[in-house]
Write a protein that binds this ligand. Structure first.
Ligand code: NAP
Length: 490
C-alpha cells in the first residue's frame, strides 16, 4: 500500500498502524514492536514501532554500506531529480503528513502544515545544490605543482533526530546527505517515529534506491547508536537534540574520531528596545514563542524588555496569549496543542513555580489543567529575576518570562548570560543599533525585527554549547563532504 492510498487524512480516519510496519532497512520492512507511540492530546496509543537491537543497527549499517558505492557514483543530476520528487510528493501529501505529525507530536495542524512545507523545501534546495558541488584548482604558490581539490561524499552517516519537528529535523539532514552522495541510517525520536517511517515509504516512491536511507527505532539509544558509531564504516554523526545528549555522543564519537555536526539546545533572548514598533514586536513575539507551542530550540526563552516599553509589551503579549485556543493539535481551531509528554509538563510547572517563588508575577496562564492530555496554558510572567531557573534552562513550552533592562549594555549582558548561543531576536526601529547589537549578541542566528529565523536556504546552527556546524544553505551540504587534495605536477 502506498501513502496515497491512506485517505482521507483526518485524525479519526488516519490508520497509524500503516506507518508502523517495521524497521526500514535495505528497502525492506522488518516487523516488530516494543515502542508505543502516544497521542499527547488523548494519551491513547496510536501504534507500536519496533525496538531495534544492536544486531539490527549493524544490519542497517550493512545496508547503507551495500548502497554506498552505487549512490555516490549516481550522476548528480539523477540524484537531484530524485530529491525533487521527494519535495513534490511531500507537498502532494501535506494534509496526510501534517495530520500524522499533529497526532504523534501534538502540535497544531497549522504548525504541522508549516513544518511539512519547511521540511520538503530541504529536498528542493539540496536538489539544486547537488548539481553545483564544486572543487578548487590553483597553481601552488611555489609554482611547482597544481592544487586540485575534489569534494567527496564523507561516507555513511548516522542521523539522530528529536521529536519536536519529526519531519523537518530528518529532512534537514537526509536531503544534504543524499545530495552529497552519502547513504544514511536515521534514528528518529521514540515519541515521534511514525513520520520518519511514513517518509521512508515516500522516499522509496520518489526513487531513492534501497539502502540509501534506513530508519531504525530503539528504546536503548545509547548502546544501539554506539554500535553504529563504533563501526569503522560509519564516517559521520549528525545529531539534533539536547546539549546533554550531544555531549554524551561527542564522547562516544571521539573513539572513532568521527566527524560530528551537533544541533543542540537553545535559550534565545528576545530583546525589545523602547523604540521598537510595538505591534511588530508583539507579532514577532507570538511567532518566536508560540510556533510549536514553544517546543522549539529557537523559541524565545527570555523576553528582555526595556523600561519604557515594558508595561505595554507585557499587556499586549498577555492579551494575545490569553486569546489562544488550547486543544488537541488535530482540531483545526487549536492554536496551542499539548506538550509532548507528562514529563515535559512537569518540567514547565517546576520552572514556573520556581520563578513565582523568586518574585515573578503571573499576567496570564500559569495553572496546570486537570484531565487527559499533556496540556499547559499559554502563560506570561513579569518581573522574573535573572536568578530564576528558567533564565538558564530551556522552558520548551508556552511560557513567556519578561526581564527588564535600562540600557544597551545591560541588554547584551543579560542576553549573553547563558551557556547557549543558538538564536536571538532583536526589535528596534534603529537599524544601526539593531546591527550593532546583533554583532554583540553571542548566537549563531539573529532575527532582526522578525519572529522567524529558520530558512532552508540559510545556515542554521549555534555557537557556545548550542552546537557545532550548520544545517541548511550552502553550508549544510559541506557537513557531508570531505575535501580531497591532489597535488599534481604540471
Ligand atoms: P534528546 O533527549 O536529546 O533526544 C534527541 C534524540 O537523541 C532522540 O532521538 C533520542 O532518542 C536520542 N538519544 C537520547 N539519548 C541518547 C543517547 N544516549 N545516545 C544516542 N541517542 C540518544 O532531545 P529531545 O528531547 O528529543 O529534543 C529536544 C531538544 O532538542 C531540545 O534541547 C532542543 O533545543 C533540541 N533541538 C535542537 C535543534 C537545533 O537545531 N539546534 C532543533 C530541535 C531541537 P529517544 O527519543 O529514543 O530517547
Amino acid at each position: 500500500m502506498t501513502l496515497a492510498s491512506v485517505l482521507p487524512p483526518t485524525a479519526n480516519s488516519l490508520d497509524c498502524s500503516h506507518y508502523a510496519k517495521g524497521l526500514y532497512i535495505g528497502g525492506q520492512w522488518i516487523g516488530g514492536s516494543g515502542i508505543p507511540v502516544v497521542d499527547p492530546s488523548t494519551e491513547q496509543v496510536l501504534a507500536e514501532v519496533p525496538d531495534a537491537s544492536e544486531a539490527q543497527a549493524t544490519l542497517a549499517v550493512d545496508a547503507a554500506a551495500a548502497a554506498a558505492q552505487g549512490w555516490r557514483t549516481t550522476p548528480p543530476r539523477q540524484r537531484a531529480e530524485i530529491l525533487l520528487r521527494c519535495h513534490k510528493l511531500m507537498l502532494e501529501r501535506i494534509e496526510e503528513l501534517a495530520t500524522l505529525i499533529s497526532l504523534e507530536n501534538g502540535k497544531a495542524l497549522s504548525d504541522a502544515r508549516g513544518e511539512v512545507t519547511y521540511a520538503a523545501e530541504f529536498f528542493r534546495w539540496y536538489a539544486e545544490e547537488a548539481v553545483r558541488i564544486g572543487g578548487e584548482y590553483r597553481v601552488a604558490p611555489s609554482g611547482s605543482n597544481r592544487i586540485l581539490v575534489d569534494m567527496e561524499p564523507i561516507g555513511i552517516a548516522v542521523l539522530i533526530t528529536p521529536w519536536n519537528f519529526p519531519a523537518a529535523m530528518a529532512t534537514r539532514k537526509i536531503a544534504p546527505a543524499l545530495a552529497a552522495g552519502c547513504t544514511v541510517v536515521l534514528k528518529p525520536a521514540s515519541e515521534t517515529p511514525l513520520t520518519a517511517y511514513a517518509l521512508a515509504d515516500l522516499y522509496a516512491e520518489a526513487g531513492v534506491p534501497a539502502g540509501v536511507v534506513n530508519v531504525i527505532t530503539t528504546t536503548r539509544p545509547g548502546p544501539v547508536t554506539a554500535t553504529m558509531l563504533n563501526d569503522a564504516r560509519v564516517r559521520k554523526l549528525s545529531f539534533t537534540g539536547s546539549t546533554g545528549v550531544g555531549r554524551t555522543l561527542l564522547t562516544e564519537a571521539a573513539k572513532t574520531v568521527l566527524s560530528c555536526s551537533m544541533e543542540l539546545g537553545g535559550n534565545a533572548p528576545f530583546i525589545v528596545f523602547d523604540d521598537a514598533d510595538l505591534e511588530a514586536a508583539l507579532d514577532g513575539a507570538m511567532v518566536a514563542k508560540m510556533r510549536n507551542a514553544g517546543e522549539a530550540c529557537t523559541a524565545a526563552n527570555r523576553f528582555i524588555v526595556q523600561d519604557g516599553i515594558y508595561d505595554r509589551f507585557a499587556e499586549g503579549l498577555a492579551n494575545r496569549m490569553a486569546a489562544l485556543r488550547v486543544g488537541p493539535g488535530t482540531d483545526p481551531a487549536t492554536a496551542c496543542g499539548p506538550m509532548i509528554t507528562k514529563k515535559a509538563v512537569d518540567k514547565i510547572d517546576t520552572l514556573v513555580t520556581d520563578a513565582l517563588g523568586k518574585g515573578a508575577r503571573i499576567l496570564v496562564g500559569g495553572e496546570r489543567p486537570e484531565g487527559t492530555g499533556f496540556f499547559y496554558p499559554p502563560t506570561v510572567l513579569v518581573d522574573v529575576p535573572p536568578s530564576a531557573a528558567m533564565a538558564q534552562e530551556e522552558i520548551f513550552g508556552p511560557v513567556a518570562p519578561l526581564y527588564r533592562f535600562t540600557n544597551e549594555d545591560e541588554a547584551v549582558a543579560l542576553a549573553n548570560d547563558t551557556e547557549y548561543g543558538l538564536a536571538a531576536y532583536i526589535f528596534t526601529q534603529d537599524l544601526k543599533r539593531g546591527l550593532a547589537i546583533a554583532g554583540k549578541v553571542e548566537a549563531g542566528m539573529i532575527a532582526l525585527n522578525r519572529g522567524l529565523v529558520s530558512d532552508p536556504a540559510a545556515p542554521f546552527g549555534g555557537v557556545k554549547q548550542s552546537g557545532l556546524g550548520r544545517e541548511g544553505g550552502i553550508h549544510g551540504i559541506a557537513e557531508f563532504m570531505e575535501p580531497k587534495y591532489i597535488a599534481t605536477a604540471f
